[in-house]
Design a protein around this ligand. Sequence first.
Ligand code: GLU
Ligand code: MG
Length: 453
Amino acid sequence: MDAEERHERRLTARQDAARLTADGVRAVAVSWVDNAGISRVKTVPTARLADAAHRGIGMSPVFDVFTSDDVVTTSEHIGGPDGDLRLFPDLDRLTVLAAQPGWAWAPADRYDQQGRPHPACQRQFARRMTDRAAAHGLELRMGFETEWTVVRDDAGPGAGDVAGRGPAYGLTRVTEQSAYLLALHDALDAQRVDVLQIHPEYAPGQFEISTAPAGPVGAADDLVLVRETVRAVSAAHGLRASFAPTVVAGQVGNGCHLHLSLREHGHNLHRDPIGRYGLAATADSFLGAVLDALPALCAIGAPSPASYLRLVPSHWAGAHRCWGVENREAALRLVVGEPDDPDGGHAELKPFDAAANPYLVAGAVIAAGLRGVLDGGPALPEPVTGDPAGRGDLERLPTSLAEAVGHFVRDDALREALGEELCGAIVAVRRAESEALAELGPEELAEATRWRW
Ligand code: GLU
Ligand code: MG
């Protein structure tokens, strides 16, 4: 980032700060998501926003090797107490937080003290991969689903006392929690998050929000903002929200499915008049390569040992490496959409959960898919109908984090895309979490991770 760009940022931030102050905003939370999926933050008074936009806010690079329970591990390139980075708030995404009066939020990009991009900055990785796709004429639209479980805030550390006890998808749950859900709708609307729907999910106390498609970085920003909004609105209603992959061992968990669609030079690649299932050859290769890379991608998208309590057959989590048209047990679900909708059609990747860093997920999926497009890699195999669990001939996705990491370290394309520093830090965090939680049984593992994200 050169001096001129920083100067411009200061001028813009001064205007933003004046507007925020007039709106009663007194502090800005500048956050980024680490490799363990935790949003870490620095906050500044609104009066210092221009300075933060100009010089960045200091934060140690050691957070790249923090685990989800705040243990500090180390990696070849990153670790230890030395050095500093600068968090630069993205002013284009500066948002007044409707459920936290007096606060605004902005996601950060991380640079070093000389103004060079930090090689392990996850948000810039997602942007780099978006640009890489664009260089090949490809545009991606993405959206994450947020699932969470609410318990009464006075219920103690367990998850027994869920709020919203009515049946799965039951109107009862909306009736019971109508003020809460309405406050969520209102807050997200005020923050200009385009909500598609909010509904009660399968597990007791579980709800879901899906948001409209956006660019990959914007979709990941949306996810971060939605989650903190859910958290804040929950707290204001005497509730506590868990986004953990597994809230209660053995139950359906919280997924964080990624929806994605592809366009090439403005053409929707899910509406090809002669391609099978409407997929143009480029989309077929892209999705085929993503399916191929799913075991490795699990190390990014299902990054906690607890992810593998969730990623089990017949729990709608997509535990087999297969795809299907509108098959909700396939890891990759092709959504054909309304035939007369020229913008319709997309794919849903189900194995991912909310312990994942969404910027890493977005970037890694693009990197995996592009490999297929560029190498003319495998197109999608035959689709699967019905529950894959009953067939016996389909590959299970990894059943542990260690197994996923084994696939990941052998995936040269993903390693190249992420770069050595980021890759090394991710592997270090995954291995540290695997080892630290290795001895825990399912219930203990769910309990240990229930409130981390
Ligand atoms: N809760 C399920 C999961 O763990 C997903 C349910 C759905 O299909 O939305 O991914
Ligand atoms: Mg769902």
